[in-house]
Design a protein. Sequence first.
Length: 762
Amino acid sequence: MRALSAPRAGWEGTALCCRGVRSAAAADPARRAWPRRAERPLPPRATAGPEEGSTALEAGSPPPSPELSAAAAPRYLRAPLAAGSDVRHDGPVVLASTLPAGAAVRAGGDVVVMGRVEGAAYAAGAGSMVVAALGFGRGAAVSVGGVAAAEVPVVAAPQMALLEGGRVVFKPLPGAALSAAPEAAGQGLVSQLLPAASLALGAALIAVPSTALGSLIGGGAEGVVAALLESALFGYILLQGAGLLAEGSELLLEVVDPGIIGGVLLPVLGALPDALIILNAGLKGSREMAQEQLAVGMGTLAGSTVLLLSLGWGLSVLLGRCDLSESGRALDKTLTRGFDLNRTGVTTEDDVRRGALILAASALLYGIVQVPAFLGFSESPQAALTGAVVCTAAAVAYVVYSVASPELQRRKIDAARKRRLRLYVVKALAERTVAAPRLGALVDPSGRVNTATLRNVFEEFDTDRSGSIDAAEVQALLLGLQLGGENGPPGLSADRETTAAFFAEMDLDNDSQITFQEFERCMQKWVAAKLAAAAGAGGDGAFTSLLDPRQGGATAALLADLPPADIAQLRATAAAVEAEPPDEAAEDMAGEEGQGGVALPRSQLLLRAGAMLAGGVALCAVFSDPLVESLTNLSRASGIAPFFVGFVLTPLASNSSEFVSSLRFAARKRITNMSLTLAQLYGAATLNNTLCLGLFLYVVWARQLPWVYSSEVTVIVTCSLLLGALGYSRTTFKAKWALPTMALYPLSLLAVHLLDTKLGWQ
């Protein structure tokens, strides 16, 4: 959509602001904001017929010239048109309701209908277009540049009609690409419905005895198959619950600071799935049944810890490896030596070493109950109770330390805010390209990035024409995008820290300059992330979003000059249209967007995060007990020891989200990301050795169970001490360390088997 109120001047004013920002921004704070276009009074309401001062367009007469159209002020109509109305105006026209059958709008510029086009819409000029927010209905007539459309498609989706090759063509609204991402919207909806569907299936499966399910399958393997199906289903449900906890925690970190929430709530929520499995493993049934099921709990505890410290640590180092400099420090985002495991590696910040030391110290807590067991006191409730109290105190001390020294929470918050910054920059650039048509559209209707547009934007801010952008020009870019202004996202500003983070994101070769190739590569990735985020649920309807100039819809340029009160009235009209029945308001067009769309208010972010956390807790609480039972049944049917079943299968559900999150951060190949990854792994294992172990010992004490887990404790303590010592000994790890570390996982399984069968350990 073309800007119709001197957009060129607005963008060029921005360029001038950027050229002078180095000297003027510090001296005059008022220049830090994006230069606003002067507001003017609202034009008088258009009427159904010729107006004084406007050129009447007679039926069949040629439309006014594009030059005349571009000079005329836009006009909009709030009141619905009646059938038989004939609106005529020299400039563009915005209709805040449906264009009914029998009515006509004849404009010298663009025609924007915020409802459905059922009547006739005529837009003058070869560069004009007709926009229908809710699509075109039967009997609609469209003409652009004096050329009538041969056929108007009947669609209930945002459409635009424009002149191409001498004929009128219809396309999806490009402005909706960044807000709706229709191709991926269905996937976002499905992903949200999966937990609910899993809940329903799980409830049904609980009501069906395993033998009945097995009999449906038939054959001698009915017990194994039934137990395997149960375990897979309940494990998947628990995976969904853990995923909701992880997503809710990440969303919560966007709006909170380190403290009670970041230092206490989030680490505990991360350990919650394992904790609930342990509690449900031994709190019901006879002592014999509790002892059998508690072996699944010990397998969960050991498998979770070893998985994070072996495969999690090793794969993170391999994925995050970079070339090592002469001084032995990893070079961010630089990997030219391939699989040279001796000259590539990762580097972490120094404070991560403290997390590794705490991990090693936490492993010593197992000695409280294990030493008496080695001395022949395997049935010692006093040792179990003492260990439970000490482990609980250690867990409390650890979260207090996290509050007092919140490096891990700070890194998580920085990562969340960087993601918001990337999404906001894409959204803001899309808006500016809509407001300045000479730059071109940021994306085409299919969502692909236009290289020519990126080149134009890049050159606007390359003020010294050097072919690259330096740090000062990056700050000018952020200031030009109103970062920190009244329309910008909360919590983000164009300060030195944000500028440095943005510059580091785009400076891929670390030469202190951003070339166009680097700019283009980053923008392509960021636009893809924006489209993926926009496919999620939440946000305003697509119809109403077109009325928000900050959202970059097709009418942003038209509505940017209107006073806030008039925009509010248009939004109210849009809301009324959206509330109409489906057949009149095209309910199926109410597209939604997720975090990548408009910046949600703090209250909505907190509400959404709370809903995710509550849903995750509910799923884990309800289905951890059925999962333990199904794993016990699988162990009985297959003849595999319960510990090995819990060691291998349960962590795949309870720790997958944290595991994948760590690998994703590590793959970005930055020191800051690797620091977050390893600190997160150390922290999760520490909570297993404190909080989860304490709960396990409480169950042992409450049910008066013997301690028969010497071999399992051996592998947990060994992995914790080895990785803790390695992590504390250095800040740079060569990639070759990943191989023996990953080997700890299968070696741990083998060690437990040999200690139990060859040495007779219990």
